[in-house]
Ligand binder design. Structure first.
Ligand SMILES: O=P(O)(O)OC[C@H]1O[C@H](OP(=O)(O)OP(=O)(O)O)[C@H](O)[C@@H]1O
Ligand SMILES: O=c1[nH]c(=O)c2nc[nH]c2[nH]1
Ligand SMILES: [Mg+2]
Length: 159
């Protein structure tokens, strides 16, 4: 389990997904659809679909982690909209070790692969991403979190 944390708020996620949409829009390519890598890629894919006006949204269900422990990736449900990913955007929330990315790329070698966040080990496996996060840091997404009380910093401060 990573010691350091990077907490991503809904606002930040939305802003970063819009930045990713801007970048992809500037490529001036015609996309046949989006493929979300579930589950983490689903909310980024929904935001990109809205921003880019793409209505064909498919998914490939892959599980690589269980309780922050990496395992062999498995496809739980395959994509149906394309054979090889040509002219499709492939979207995930992040690339960490790159194990998931390598695995999905074998299945969809022609897709354009974008993630919102990337750690150094996985970065070479994606075509584009928005922000880099250190390898020793665990990214917490807004769907993993809830608002809670925090004690004041100074010991003598009123609680
Ligand atoms: O680069 P890697 O080391 O392979 O890690 C990245 C993958 O791990 C997480 O998915 P996870 O398997 O936890 O499933 P989830 O998206 O359903 O939460 C994340 O959403 C990426 O898909
Ligand atoms: O929520 C997550 N945060 C991470 O940093 C990560 N790395 C792999 N899988 C991950 N899931
Ligand atoms: Mg995932």
């Amino acid at each position: 389990m990573s010691e350091k944390k990077c907490i991503i708020s809904w606002d930040r996620l939305h802003r970063d997904c819009r930045k990713l949409s801007q970048r992809i829009n500037q490529m001036d390519r015609k996309w046949d659809g989006i493929i979300a890598i579930t589950r983490g890629g689903m909310i980024p894919a929904a935001i990109l679909a809205r921003e880019l006006g793409i209505r064909v949204v498919d998914s490939i269900s892959v599980r690589t982690y269980s309780h922050q422990q990496i395992e062999e990736p498995v496809i739980l449900n395959d994509v149906s909209a394309t054979e090889d990913g040509e002219n499709f955007l492939l979207i995930d929330d992040l690339v960490d070790t790159g194990v998931t990315a390598k695995f999905v790329r074998q299945r969809l070698p022609k897709a354009y692969f974008a993630t919102v966040y990337a750690k150094p080990e996985g970065r070479p496996l994606v075509d584009t991403f928005i922000a880099e996060v250190p390898q020793d840091t665990w990214i917490y997404f807004p769907w993993d979190l809830h608002l809670d009380y925090v004690k004041p910093i100074a010991k003598e401060a009123d609680e």
